[in-house]
Design a protein around this ligand. Structure first.
Ligand code: PHE
Length: 347
């Protein structure tokens, strides 16, 4: 019997050492120590022993049980630790691996300049307003004193949608003058930036879609001096105190008198040449046309129900891309629309 117990002990310890899952351990525990287990089977035979042998065997049997229980406990802890170890290894996080980098965008250079311009006009008391890009011909042309048959109404210059001549993509922001005067009485002081559309071939200074910023001021005793004051203030703020501007007489059907304002070309500094070549930015002009302006024509005031005997006003419409080109020293307008990040990242 002693030998049997010793065998059970050796076999049990070896089996327990080999078990490597909680389920295998449990199975062994039942097999070794359970009611129908090996050890119990031996103990049941104790009755056959002599009274002298019994306590000796009992002692050995208890020692075997204690050994098995200790081993069980040891294996249980070891298996648990190994499982934890494996889990940690599989979920390991290497905080030293270089992360994915994200680039954050920024405002488009043209919008940066638009924001500057808006800020300056807001500082002069202008209200920023918005209007439709799909416009009625009556607002875009007729009520602006642009008569039927005027070349700018031609289908070769203006985008219409179909045979209907009464709806179009606005060719200028000037219809916002009509819309502003229609909804409020003087004093009026608005700035209306937005997209306009013309059938132009794209080149360094032209694009079939571009942005204009319309300004309109109507009130008591508004003069050409007020117009020049507002525009010169804008230009000096945007281009610096030493910016060189010029006003030229011009004609617009909706202003009288009318003028255009040019800025000296930032590329050729007014010479019209760069390295012996005609300057591509101003086409050799030495000047870049920035805006049209003038005193609101009495007919236009009347078209909007405002008495030209009582009120006067000025209006201007400037090309935003051209303002941005001068401000940021961009030599080709198309760069503004290409959205090449190598270009955009410079601003
Ligand atoms: N709308 C004119 C243009 O697109 C510019 C302009 C606006 C002229 C306001 C005078 C007054 O050329």
């Amino acid at each position: 019997m002693k030998q049997q117990l010793e065998n059970i002990r050796l076999q049990a310890l070896a089996d327990l050492d080999a078990a490597d899952t909680p389920a295998a351990l449990e199975e062994l525990r039942v097999k070794l120590l359970g009611k129908k287990g090996d050890l119990t089977a031996i103990l049941k035979q104790m009755g056959k022993l002599s009274p002298e042998e019994r306590p000796v065997m009992g002692q050995i049997a208890n020692a075997v049980r204690a050994d098995i229980e200790a081993k069980l406990e040891e294996r249980k802890t070891a298996i648990h630790a190994a499982a934890l170890e494996a889990k940690l290894a599989s979920e390991a996080l290497d905080v030293t691996i270089a992360g994915e980098s994200y680039t954050i965008g920024h405002q488009h250079p043209m919008n940066q300049v638009l924001q500057e311009i808006k800020d300056i006009f807001v500082g002069m008391g202008y209200k920023i307003v918005d209007g439709p890009e799909i416009e009625l011909a009556s607002y875009n042309f007729t009520r602006l004193n642009i008569e039927e048959g005027h070349p700018s109404r031609d289908r070769s210059d203006t985008f219409y949608f179909n045979d209907d001549d009464s709806v179009l993509l606005r060719t200028q922001t000037s219809p916002m003058q009509i819309r502003a005067m229609e909804i409020s009485d003087p004093p009026i002081c608005i700035l209306a930036p937005g997209r306009v559309f013309r059938k132009d071939e794209a080149d360094a200074t032209h694009s079939p879609m571009f942005h204009q910023i319309e300004g309109l001021v109507v009130g008591d005793n508004i003069t050409m001096g007020d117009l020049k004051g507002a525009l010169v203030n804008l230009m000096k703020r945007i281009y610096g105190q030493d910016a060189i501007m010029r006003f030229r007489p011009h004609h617009f059907p909706f202003t009288e008198p009318s003028c255009e304002m040019d800025m000296q070309c930032h590329k050729c500094h007014g010479t019209g040449e760069v390295d012996g070549q005609v300057c591509s930015t101003c086409h050799g002009e030495g000047w870049i046309e920035l805006l049209g302006a003038g005193m609101v024509h009495p007919v236009v005031l009347k078209n909007c129900g405002i008495d030209p005997e009582k009120y006067s006003g000025f209006a201007f419409g400037m090309g935003l891309e051209r303002m941005a080109m001068g401000r940021l020293r961009i030599n080709d307008l198309r760069l503004i629309f290409d959205n090449d990040v190598r270009f955009l990242n410079q601003f």
